[in-house]
Design a protein around this ligand. Sequence first.
Ligand SMILES: [Fe+2]
Length: 460
Amino acid sequence: MFRAMAAELRDFYRQVRSASEALAKPLSPEDQTPQSMPDASPVKWHLAHTTWFFETFVLEKALPGHAPCDPAYRVLFNSYYNSVGEQFARPQRGLVTRPGIGEVRDYRQRVDSHMEKLLTRGALSDELARVALLGLHHEQQHQELIVTDLKHLLAQNPTHPIYGACNAAGGGATSGEIGEDNGSAGRGRGGGARIRGGAADASGSAESSDGAPPLAWRRVSAGLREFGHGGAGFAFDNEGPRHLAHLHGFELASRPVTAGEYLEFMADSGYQRPELWLSDGWAAVQRHGWRAPLYWQQDGAWFHYTLAGLAPVHPAEPVTHVSAYEADAYARWAGARLPTELEWEAVAADTPLRGHFAEHRRFHPAPASEAAPAAECEMLQLYGDVWEWTASAYAPYPGYTAPPGALGEYNGKFMANQLVLRGGSCATPARHIRATYRNFFYPDARWQYSGIRLARNSEQ
Ligand SMILES: [Fe+2]
């Protein structure tokens, strides 16, 4: 590969690798070792697995005879690549106390040293340079998981620990370190949430009194359009091929649903009314006893755990940590529906890529009022803050085939039973998101920063 491209890739490599370490820096070894549920992994595992990716898919190919840093890591830190070989059981990742965090740090440094030499010399083939670039976008995905998995872990602790890398989130405490009892820090500030007017009803723009801008609707007329990634720049294989699709006329809400609006749904017995729910969603409500978004708790007013500690629910901020079932039920209650992923992309394609991302170190969605709209139906928070559930099944685009080899397992084999989310969140690195980006989770998942944007049909 050309040296100029290699230098660019090396700079990106340094930036991404150091960003992962910055996320871990405020955490103790104890913070980085356990996992709180099978879906979430220890921080230490994320740091090692992203390194395993470079060792397995780049170094082993670029350096014939490369002696593995530790043969056991090939199994311990293989996530789901059957083509590579055996994997350690995912639900038990938190039981792996050895290697410790120091050894994982050494592992990172050894792999970094090899990668640095290869990138500085421009010694990677074009194909391996593409794999290295994939490895960096892969690591950015894991940076988001470090945040969301850590949040789920810390939320189990009744002392409401504060993540030291977090800037003022959600009106909660702004200082202190993990381990401090912040149980009272968020309380008494802001007075908690109140149920107010301004529901996102389908009758049009509603004046919202909870501090969020009034909800407006962007109308998009019916027509044939192109979707998916087709230009220059990196994209995952699941974002293509670019293809034509016809959309009926629709309208997309100008901002995400707020916590205040969601409180109205709760107050209107939203969780107790089966007619609002998909069958699987109603079953999930009964099975899990859902009565509010994940991390919410009621003590008079509603509070929720944030990475800045326990905080009152701010009615103007986007509701987050809801499943697709809750998003769908809310939309039905509001007389609207969730957008399809192509409807979302049709609007995102001409929307500037602005929002609150991981670099803001907020790790909590911001009220839309902090980004006042220039026009009535300007899209607010389409990117960043909260991922937006869509009604679209995660399925291959027309003409998609998974790439050959082990990396074909990256995306293609997950195209069943999951739904697409769009737009990125407050835990997504800013350089990681784009209009064609397709995230996917099972519809009952709630530990990601997942929120709701409404859509509705239009006659035009
Ligand atoms: Fe991974």
